[in-house]
Design a binder for this molecule. Structure first.
Ligand code: FAD
Length: 282
C-alpha cells in the first residue's frame, strides 16, 4: 500500500478579480501551505484575458515561498505574445509552466492564434527556452470533449509528451478506473512521464454540474442523485463531497498515482479536509 503521507501535492488557483478576492486567495493559500505543496499553479484566461492577473498571482504565491507555475494557453495568442510572456517568467526565475491550447470564451470569436494545439505550444516553448521550463500538459482520462475518439485523443496526448512535456495533470474525474485505464494505455505507447490526477472537491452541486458539462467530466449517477437529494443543504453536500473525494484520492494513491493536484477554486476548506483525511493515521 502506498504511503499517502508522501505523495506530491499541488494546488491550482485562479487569478482573483478584485481586492477582496485577492485577500481571500492569499488567506486560503497561506492555510494550504500546511499541505506542503510541491508547487502551486495559476490558471490563464485563454486569449490573454488574465495575462496580468496570472503573472501577478504567480508573484504573490512565490512570495509565500512556494514554487508557482503559470498556465499559458496558445489559442488567440501570437508568437510574439507567447515569446514575451515566457521571457518575463524566465526573467523572474519561474521554472515551470502548464502549457495548454485553451478555449476562447464564447462570444470572443476572432483570431485563433498562431499555434493550433498544445503540442505546438510545447514545441515552441522548447525551441525558445530549451530546458529552462519544466512543462506540464493536460491529460483527459475520460477523453477531451472535442476529440473524435479515445484512441486519437490519447495519440494527441502522446504527441505533447514527444514534443517535450515533462509531466501531466489530468482533467478531474470521479471514477478511478478511468485514470488507471488511461495510465495503462499511455504506458503501452512507451510513454512514462508522471500523470497526476486533477482532483475537484465537491462543494456546490450546480457549479459542479456546469463545469462537468463544459469539460466532459462524468458525475456518476449515484453521486448526482445524492447531491440532488441534499438540495440546498450545503453542510451535507460538503461533508458527503469530502468523503467521496477522500475515497477517490485513497484509491488513486493506493493504485500508484504519483501525487494529487487539487483544483482549489481558491478555497482552502475542502482540499484541507481531504488532505487531513488522507494523512490521518486511522
Ligand atoms: P490539446 O492538447 O491541444 O487538445 C485539444 C483537442 O484537440 C483535443 O480534443 C485533442 O484530441 C485535439 N488535438 C490535439 N492535437 C491534435 C492534432 N494534431 N490534430 C487534431 N486534433 C488534435 N483552460 C484555460 O483556458 N486556462 C487554463 O488555465 C486551463 N488550465 C487547465 C488545466 C488542466 C490541468 C486541464 C486539464 C485543463 C485546463 N484548461 C485550461 C482547459 C483546456 O484549455 C481545455 O480543455 C482545452 O479545450 C484543451 O486544451 P489542451 O491543452 O488539452 O489542448
Amino acid at each position: 500500500m502506498t504511503d499517502t503521507t508522501t505523495p506530491a501535492y499541488s494546488l491550482e488557483f485562479f487569478p482573483p478579480r478584485d481586492i477582496a478576492a485577492q485577500e481571500r486567495l492569499l488567506r486560503a493559500a497561506k492555510q494550504m501551505l500546511a499541505i506542503h505543496p510541491r508547487y502551486v499553479s495559476v490558471t490563464f484566461g485563454a486569449g490573454g484575458s488574465t495575462r496580468e492577473g496570472t503573472a501577478g498571482t504567480v508573484r504573490t504565491l512565490r512570495n509565500l515561498g512556494v514554487d508557482a507555475a503559470p498556465h499559458l494557453s496558445c489559442v488567440g495568442a501570437t508568437l510574439a505574445d507567447l515569446r514575451a510572456i515566457l521571457a518575463s517568467y524566465r526573467e523572474e526565475g519561474v521554472r515551470q509552466v502548464v502549457a495548454l491550447r485553451g478555449d476562447l470564451p464564447s462570444g470572443m470569436g476572432g483570431d485563433a492564434g498562431e499555434l493550433k494545439y498544445a503540442r505546438d505550444l510545447v514545441a515552441f516553448i522548447r525551441k525558445e527556452t530549451g530546458d529552462w521550463f519544466h512543462i506540464e500538459v493536460a491529460a483527459y482520462p475520460e477523453m477531451h470533449p472535442q476529440a473524435d475518439n479515445p484512441s486519437r485523443d490519447l495519440d494527441h496526448f502522446v504527441d505533447k509528451v514527444r514534443a517535450g512535456a515533462d509531466s501531466a495533470i489530468t482533467q478531474y474525474f470521479f471514477n478511478p478506473d478511468a485514470y488507471f485505464d488511461f495510465i495503462e494505455r499511455v504506458a503501452a505507447k512507451g510513454v512514462s512521464v508522471p500523470i497526476v490526477p486533477g482532483i475537484m472537491p465537491i462543494t456546490n452541486h450546480t457549479q459542479l454540474a456546469r463545469f462537468s458539462q463544459m469539460c466532459g467530466a462524468e458525475i456518476p449517477r449515484w453521486i448526482r442523485l445524492r447531491l440532488a437529494e441534499f438540495g440546498d443543504d450545503k453542510a451535507s453536500i460538503r461533508s458527503f463531497g469530502v468523503d467521496v473525494v477522500t475515497d477517490l484520492c485513497r484509491k488513486l494513491l493506493d493504485g500508484g498515482a504519483p501525487g494529487l493536484h487539487f483544483y482549489t477554486l481558491n478555497s482552502a476548506e475542502a482540499p484541507l479536509a481531504i488532505w487531513k483525511n488522507l494523512t490521518s493515521k486511522v
